[in-house]
Design a protein around this ligand. Structure first.
Ligand code: ADP
Length: 447
């Protein structure tokens, strides 16, 4: 087991990882920017190292500084959290070259999944259902027309190097296609330095359903069921739940089994998420995230398993702590992402939190790095906390969520709490009837 883990992140996820390390009796080091000197994870860590000024590229993305912090403090492993360097293959390789364990998959697996064309090809080879489309990159107009005619309009053109919902263009007819191909290629080249794009069928009303997987790196793989993350705004997840209101036990076991076998065949190590669009009973792979996700706590709530403990165990060579049959699903969980944003315009609302009171009681979990008197710096993303509620079934979970939202107090800044108070009273949400466009339509109708 590791002696000392360096946490290369900030905010709620840094604290989340720190808690797991404390439980396992592992020493912690955190790195932070000058803007985060007062952050909770810095206060609670055994050691902290300031690695630079506020801009992420000068601190949280500065590989040399982080490696130096490991050497100075004698950390033998790094947990990257999510975002920042968590899916940076070069970072994983550099740590390996310094004999420091990256708590995540190999650099090669990160690289494969970071390239969407390569990821899709790999998924298909491993027996994961994919969206019908081109086999690889498409450059010629003629070829694009042929493929689109074959799969049928509408189609979507996506950048192989894309991410964060950027670099996608929908074409509803052949006339749209030519323009879409050109703009997608030039935008991808400018944004990602790689103009490779591919074509796939555009699904009109899918849900976003993702499967949590784990591999031991030696040919074993398990799944922890799915999460439904269809409630999104601008491709950013807002509300996540497990299990999905749209799946039955048979579908869950089937897609879970497909994913677990794929992970085993790939020889993948650690936590991963295989993301699908789901429409008319069919799953279509869109991408794989090779890290812990923001929404992992809903899976923890319904399985009772600490996924960060498991990541650390697997990375240290201890293997998976359970077999598939030992992973049982109990009840229902919902996570609300609480952002420091105006709940109507979604403009960031940094500043000082004058009062912070979190809900409590059975089935309530709050993951947050903020506290009363904390000043939110303007440099980073606006997530200030996550409320995760668990109940014996979805109805109980929703009742408990409504109560918890009423109790939650954040004064001094604007937050998205009022949005969740509206959503919890909405009939479509109560019935679990929503797709990936539902929230944007709802917000547009409110205006
Ligand atoms: P990113 O890595 O940028 O998040 P994804 O491939 O995960 O890109 O796609 C992001 C979002 O774009 C999806 O959640 C979905 O809303 C939409 N999308 C992607 N592919 C399709 C498709 N084939 N049909 C319909 N919507 C799609």
């Amino acid at each position: 087991m590791f002696q000392k883990i360096l946490i290369a992140n900030r905010g709620e996820i840094a604290l989340r990882v720190l808690r797991a390390c404390k439980e396992l009796g592992i020493q912690t080091v955190v790195v932070h920017s000058t803007a985060d000197a007062d952050a909770m994870h810095v206060r609670l860590a055994d050691e902290s190292v300031c690695i630079g000024p506020p801009p992420s590229r000068d601190s949280y993305l500065n590989i040399h500084q982080i490696v130096a912090a490991c050497e100075i403090t004698g950390a033998d492993a790094v947990h990257p959290g999510y975002g920042f360097l968590s899916e940076n293959a070069k970072f994983a390789d550099i740590l390996a070259a310094h004999n420091i364990t990256f708590i995540g998959p190999s650099g090669d697996h990160i690289r494969i999944m970071g390239d969407k064309i390569e990821a899709k090809r790999t998924a298909k080879r491993l027996g994961i259902p994919v969206v019908p489309g081109s086999d690889g990159a498409v450059t010629e107009e003629k070829e694009a027309r042929r493929i689109a005619a074959e799969i049928g309009y509408p189609v979507i053109i996506k950048a192989s190097a894309g991410g964060g919902g950027r670099g996608m263009k929908v074409a509803r007819s052949e006339a749209d296609l030519v323009v879409a191909l050109q703009t997608a290629r030039s935008e991808a080249g400018a944004a990602f330095g790689d103009d490779a794009v591919y074509i796939e069928k555009y699904l009109e009303k899918p849900r976003h359903i993702e499967v949590q997987v784990f591999g031991d790196g030696a040919g074993r793989g398990v799944h922890f069921g799915e999460r439904d993350c269809s409630l999104q705004r601008r491709h950013q997840k807002v509300w996540e739940e497990a299990p999905s209101p749209a799946l039955n036990a048979e579908e869950r076991a089937h897609i879970g089994g497909v994913c677990a076998r794929a992970i085993a065949d790939l020889g993948y190590s650690g936590a991963g998420t295989i993301e699908f669009l789901y429409e008319n009973g069919e799953f279509y792979f869109i991408e794989m995230n090779t890290r812990l996700q923001v929404e992992h706590p809903v899976t923890e709530a319904i399985t009772g398993i600490d996924l960060v403990h498991e990541q650390i165990r697997v990375a240290s060579g201890g293997g998976l702590s359970m077999r598939q049959e030992e992973i049982r699903f109990q009840g229902h969980a919902i996570e609300c992402r609480i952002n420091a944003e105006d709940p109507r315009t979604f403009t960031p609302s940094p500043g000082t939190i004058t009062h912070f009171h979190t809900p409590g009681g059975l089935g309530i979990r709050v993951d947050s790095g903020v506290y009363s008197g904390y000043k939110i710096p303007p440099y980073y993303d606006s997530l200030i906390g996550k409320l995760i509620v668990h109940g014996r079934n979805r109805v109980e979970c929703m009742m408990r969520l409504r109560r918890a939202l009423d109790e939650f107090v954040v004064d001094g800044i604007k937050t998205t709490l009022p949005l969740f108070r509206d959503l919890v009273g909405n009939a479509d949400i109560a019935n679990g009837e929503y797709d990936i466009h539902w929230l944007e339509k709802y917000l547009a109708d409110e205006d």
